[in-house]
Design a protein. Structure first.
Length: 57
């Protein structure tokens, strides 16, 4: 699922220091998640990357 994909990329970037996609591609995925959750609030979960408040993932 999209949120899981973003979490995988977060881990690759922040924990492993081995990003698999560009910042631009990541931003596009993140915007897609935000748009999806805005259109369908019932899909938003407490552990969604969109609900993160600062700090490391």
């Amino acid at each position: 699922v999209l949120a899981e994909e973003i979490r995988r990329h977060d881990r690759a970037y922040y924990v492993e220091a081995q990003p698999a996609i560009s910042d631009q591609e990541y931003d596009q995925l993140y915007r897609e998640l935000l748009d999806l959750e805005l259109a369908h609030p019932e899909l938003q979960t407490a552990d969604s990357p969109s609900q993160r408040v600062g700090g490391a993932p």
